[in-house]
Write a protein that binds this ligand. Sequence first.
Ligand SMILES: Nc1nc2c(ncn2[C@@H]2O[C@H](COP(=O)(O)OP(=O)(O)OP(=O)(O)O)[C@@H](O)[C@H]2O)c(=O)[nH]1
Ligand SMILES: [Mg+2]
Length: 166
Amino acid sequence: MKGLLSILRKLKSAPDQEVRILLLGLDNAGKTTLLKQLASEDITHITPTQVRKVSQCLTTSEDACHKCGRNIYVIDSADRKRFEETGQELAELVDEEKLSGVPVLIFANKQDLLTAAPAAEIAEGLNLHTIRDRVWQIPVLLRPHGRGSVGEKTVFILKQLLLQWS
Ligand SMILES: Nc1nc2c(ncn2[C@@H]2O[C@H](COP(=O)(O)OP(=O)(O)OP(=O)(O)O)[C@@H](O)[C@H]2O)c(=O)[nH]1
Ligand SMILES: [Mg+2]
């Protein structure tokens, strides 16, 4: 965790400013794996988190997650059966008053799987065109960069965060 936070701090003009990222998404989307990858932690033994639709907050303080200024919405790019469901969850999320105006980065996870849908199909499957008042972006990792390439994924996400939120 220190790795990401120190990099993000360096990227901010105010070095002491807190950087908080909220990870959201359906169960099995890959939130815990992504969180651990961002924190440069071992991802060999990951078990399901015991709360459905869990949100996980990478934060330098114990403040509530809804104060996070950056949201990453994680989706399983290969689970087409749940595109509609996850799109509905996302739509509810952006309607959430507490998250009003907070940009959402949609992270198309599991792109290493051969069955992963491309960005255009994901956008359509999730009905992203209905989100009008919010910046959203779908970063898609190039195959075969996937679960194993922790460094690549971390750098990629950092670049996306910088592009969107600098
Ligand atoms: N192929 C592949 N598998 C992944 C990737 N990211 C996560 N997984 C796998 O997907 C499964 C779910 O990952 P988790 O990180 O537990 O997902 P989660 O969103 O935290 O799930 P819950 O805790 O149940 O909400 C695990 O078996 C991971 O190993 C990825 O990029 N590629
Ligand atoms: Mg989890």
